[in-house]
Ligand binder design. Structure first.
Ligand SMILES: *[C@@H]1O[C@H](CO)[C@@H](O)[C@H](O)[C@H]1NC(C)=O
Ligand SMILES: *[C@@H]1O[C@H](CO)[C@@H](O)[C@H](O)[C@H]1NC(C)=O
Ligand SMILES: *[C@@H]1O[C@H](CO)[C@@H](O)[C@H](O)[C@H]1NC(C)=O
Ligand SMILES: *[C@@H]1O[C@H](CO)[C@@H](O)[C@H](O)[C@H]1NC(C)=O
Length: 462
């Protein structure tokens, strides 16, 4: 019995001891956090001192008002969010950094627990007021609520993300192998050169390593320029910081989707002149070709702003190709019309004279023999016409033949007639083939001129 009460006593004591230890530990912990709070409260006191004694935030923070404030600007482009080619606007997501010296934000770190920098609300201190020249949005900037970092020397750094939509005049001459140049200009709204200088900062950050390629546009060059622009109103010029972006279109998509197919279609257009008129598919081939070209032209037009500016080379090429394709339809109709002529007369001799070098040599000999015969007969007929009037040339030919040969009966005459008719259609066909050859050569020449024009025009890009 005595032993059990002892055991209970020991247990109770142990519990008391452990509670005491844990309490002392927890007090030590709370004391530690108290020292942390001391540091925190030093900062708070410092910020309170800085902002309470600050005064009006619209006044430039210099003791001597003749002193100029230097504001350095740095723009870091993260992403080209959108490039609207129709309205000619670009939307950029970027990171801005502004640095300036505020003489009212200085302290001695040794008096303030070694604190060298504090964060402040931008609304509590003076900020440079500036504007974006090419801005097209009603809301000036979309700025996140960010704080300003102030150094004990008075250097203030304000880093903030912005999404800006700016106007950028697009130049479509070299589409789709084009490089667009856009300017983004920042300038102070109220303070001229003598009060505030706005300059581009040149640091490592400014090399745009953060840029995310968006698959369509690649940032090939980014440059900042310091400019001073005088205004009529004011005695001193205003500083402008001009950022120039060169955006190169990644043309692989357009090469495979538009340029190469239209090259193939052009080749098909020429091939259609090689297709024999007897195949009966000539017209459908040329018309389909024309429609396909028009379709591709519409695709290209989607990417073009409807400007009256210098014409795009691609648009001009498509115009020429469609014109040539329409011509090829017309020419094919002419060729087919001539080919299927069913007239029992010789093709006009001037046509033969014009096209004789394009006619197969053997056929050409036969044909010229026909023409020689014809003109000889015509001569005889002319002589005859002066004596006896015959109603048709065919009859005249028959008459003159019968007159000359004298001893030929009617049946042989008929056979000769039908043979001549056959030979005539054969001549028309060969004439049509010759016309086709000439048209093919002309069209190929036009196409060659178009290709040379495109190559020269794109070659003169830089
Ligand atoms: C300042 O106080 C906060 C909350 O009171 C605390 O989380 C933080 O750790 C403290 N900072 C320092 C440096 O002690
Ligand atoms: C608080 O400030 C003192 C110097 O005054 C420093 O030694 C200590 O590490 C600081 N504590 C914290 C938690 O930052
Ligand atoms: C952009 O600014 C530069 C430098 O001021 C100027 O030379 C260039 O013509 C401008 N480009 C456009 C497209 O406004
Ligand atoms: C603009 O001026 C600043 C300060 O003088 C200079 O550091 C920077 O290199 C200049 N930028 C350009 C592009 O000249």
């Amino acid at each position: 019995m005595m032993e059990t009460s002892n055991t209970v006593y020991v247990i109770v004591c142990l519990i008391c001891l452990s509670t005491c230890v844990s309490t002392s530990v927890s007090t030590r912990v709370s004391r530690q956090s108290n020292t942390g709070l001391t540091n925190n409260s030093t900062t708070k006191a410092l910020v309170k001192k800085l902002t309470d004694g600050y005064g009006e935030t619209s006044v430039r923070p210099v003791y001597n008002y003749r002193q100029t404030t230097y504001v350095y600007l740095r723009m870091l482009i993260y992403e080209l969010v959108a490039f609207n080619e129709h309205s000619q606007h670009i939307t950029l997501r970027s990171n801005m950094k502004m640095t300036w010296r505020d003489e009212y934000l200085q302290w001695d770190p040794s008096e303030w627990d070694g604190i060298t920098s504090v964060t402040l609300r931008p609304s509590d201190i003076w900020k440079p007021d500036f504007d974006l020249e090419q801005n097209v949005e009603r809301v000036h900037f979309i700025v996140a609520d960010t704080y300003v970092i102030a150094d004990y020397t008075g250097t203030v750094r304000w880093i903030f993300p912005v999404i800006t939509t700016t106007a950028c005049k697009i130049n479509i001459v070299y589409f789709p192998y084009d490089v667009q140049q856009c300017n983004v200009t920042f300038y102070p709204w109220t303070l001229d050169n003598s009060q505030m200088r706005l300059l581009a900062e040149d640091d490592d950050d400014a090399h745009q390593q953060m840029y995310i390629r968006n698959g369509v546009w690649d940032l090939t060059n980014f440059q900042a320029a310091n400019e001073s622009i005088p205004y009529k109103c004011c005695p001193h010029p205003f500083d402008h910081v001009v950022y120039t972006l060169d955006l190169a279109r990644e043309a692989a998509f357009f090469t495979t989707q538009i340029v190469m197919p239209s090259v193939f279609l052009s080749i098909l257009m020429l091939i259609s002149f090689w297709l024999h008129p007897d195949s009966g598919e000539k017209i459908s081939l040329t018309v389909t070709n024309l429609l396909a070209l028009i379709l591709f032209q519409q695709l290209v037009a989607q990417f073009m702003p409807p400007t009256g500016e210098p014409r795009s080379i691609v648009v001009t090429c498509f115009f020429i190709l469609i014109a040539l394709s329409a011509c090829s339809v017309i020419l094919t109709v002419i060729v087919l019309r001539v080919y299927h002529t069913n007239v029992d007369s010789l093709p006009p001799s001037w046509a033969f004279m014009l096209l004789r070098i394009f006619i197969n040599r053997k056929v050409e000999k036969t044909m010229s023999a026909f023409y020689d015969e014809n003109s000889r007969l015509k001569g005889t007929r002319d002589v005859e016409l002066s004596t006896s009037k015959s109603p048709s040339s065919c009859e005249a030919v028959t008459e003159s033949t019968s007159l000359k040969e004298g001893s030929i009966n009617g049946k042989t005459n008929e056979i000769a007639d039908s043979e001549e008719e056959l030979d005539y259609s054969f001549m028309w066909k060969h004439l049509a083939l010759a016309i086709e050859r000439v048209f093919g050569i002309i069209l190929s020449a036009c196409m060659l001129v178009c290709v040379i024009y495109a190559l020269v025009a794109f070659g003169s890009r830089h």
